[in-house]
Design a protein around this ligand. Structure first.
Ligand code: ASP
Length: 438
């Protein structure tokens, strides 16, 4: 028998109809033995996520605003699921306990974590699996940092005692005090990944409401093709550029253990979704995996004759940014010029200051500033293997009448980064997509 760790996101546990779907999914494959759940999410546009309501409840309690009505809205969501599906779980005593904690001034982390806790209690009872609390298993240090190795040990020891279990996502506890600590928003993805590593799963299935990743943003490209396989490295490049499907930190535990992640759709369980794997087990013959982009960026270019011979020039340029606490995204260089590409929001009111410091510390011949640049990442493991990729991209953009302001092949050789004017952002993505995908 194999082992699959499956994680269901907020929309997959939003109500009884969704819980029915996840029961069918789990029962369809006896390898699906470890289940991680989020708190119920939105059932329709304009609905509330339980986690958001719990944050509000705590804020109201802290400000002496009556919160019982809101608490009732939260518990009603769980009770409705329980009664609709006839689930035999004792929720009332748990509600009382949570309310008592709230009255006694419990921490925000505690109250917010109860969304996942109640969800896991319900799902465990519905599936007939053991409920295993992540308190005491997912461990944090006193600064709130996840202790990966301690967590792995505690989780694997505990889960070895359970053939099938449901665990709440999103939280764990302080290794010394035992106090509940939450992960960052969307953190149930991370819990799923930690569980997958701890049980040495064959695959980590992450069930959500989309059938995996698409090759481009559907708001820009009509009907983009789904990505069947992608490596962790490519995913990282695409996510950094704005394609979001998984919590960023969810990749590390499974990547370490060589476990693939399969993004699946609870509402279309027959769709294969996207498989994210390590580079070594990667099977993709395609040159291009995906295109993503972000804007606006500002490009500051410093020109100085004989710059390439001036020792320490790059260091002094970056020291200016460091001293002003500004992070940069790229630094394309030429022989006599260097550009820094910075997210415009990072610069905010600091542009004048940056220019002043560049002038006084670098003594440049000239500085130019180009605001409103969009960056586009063309990502694919096949890019480095194929001849003429850059030519294909530039030809596609030339045909579309788009001027390339910057072109940079990342040293990892799995991406080409392009800078175009913000107004050309969408047409550029469409042109590149059409050039590579038929
Ligand atoms: N419920 C939490 C959130 O809304 C965690 C999660 O769903 O992953 O962020």
């Amino acid at each position: 028998m194999g082992i699959k760790t499956v994680k269901f996101g907020g929309s997959s546990v939003a109500d009884g109809i969704q819980l029915n779907k996840i029961k069918e999914i789990v029962e369809a494959d006896s390898d699906r033995r470890y289940v991680v759940v989020s708190a119920p999410g939105k059932r329709y546009d304009g609905d509330n996520k339980i986690t958001d309501l719990l944050f509000m409840c705590k804020a109201q309690a802290d400000h002496n605003i009556p919160y019982r009505q809101l608490f009732q809205v939260i518990t009603d969501r769980y009770s409705a699921i329980k009664y609709n599906l006839g689930i035999d779980a004792d929720l009332d005593s748990r509600y009382d306990e949570i309310l008592a904690e709230l009255e006694n001034g419990c921490s925000e982390d505690y109250i917010v974590s109860r969304g996942e806790y109640l969800s896991a209690v319900l799902v465990a009872a519905y599936l007939g699996y053991d409920f295993v609390d992540t308190k005491g298993l997912i461990l944090f240090d006193s600064k709130g940092r996840l202790l990966a190795e301690e967590t792995n040990k505690a989780l694997s020891e505990e889960l070895a005692k359970h053939e099938c279990a449901v665990l709440p996502g999103f939280y764990g506890s302080d290794i010394k005090t035992g106090e509940i600590k939450i992960l960052s928003r969307g953190g149930s993805d991370v819990t799923g990944s930690l569980v997958a590593r701890a049980v040495n799963a064959d695959v980590y299935e992450n069930w959500t409401d989309v059938s995996g990743l698409l090759m481009a943003d559907p708001r820009i490209v009509d009907n983009p093709k789904p990505i069947e396989y992608i490596s962790y490295m490519e995913l990282r490049e695409l996510s950094y550029m704005g394609a979001s499907v998984l919590h960023e930190e969810a990749v590390f535990p499974v990547r370490l253990a060589n476990i693939p992640i399969n993004i699946r759709n609870t509402n279309a369980p027959d769709d294969p979704g996207t498989v994210i794997t390590t580079e070594s087990t990667y099977e993709n013959s395609k040159v291009l995996s995906g295109i993503a982009g972000k804007q606006p960026f500002t490009v500051i270019t410093v020109y100085k004759n004989m710059m390439n011979k001036e020792v320490g020039f790059v260091r002094r340029t970056l020291a200016v940014l460091e001293d002003l606490g500004i992070s940069f995204d790229h630094i394309p260089t030429g022989i006599d010029s260097l550009s820094v590409v910075i997210e415009s929001a990072e610069l905010e009111d600091h542009l004048d200051e940056v220019l002043q410091e560049f002038n006084s510390r670098l003594h440049p011949d000239e500085i130019t500033v180009v605001p409103d640049i969009a960056l586009i990442a063309v990502v694919g493991m096949g890019l480095s293997r194929s001849v003429g990729v850059a030519a294909k991209i530039t030809a596609a953009l030339a045909d579309a009448g788009i001027n390339i302001r910057m072109l940079n092949q990342g040293t990892s050789e799995i991406n080409v980064i392009l800078g175009v004017e913000s107004a050309d952002f969408k047409p550029a993505i469409r042109a590149i997509y059409a050039a590579f995908v038929d």
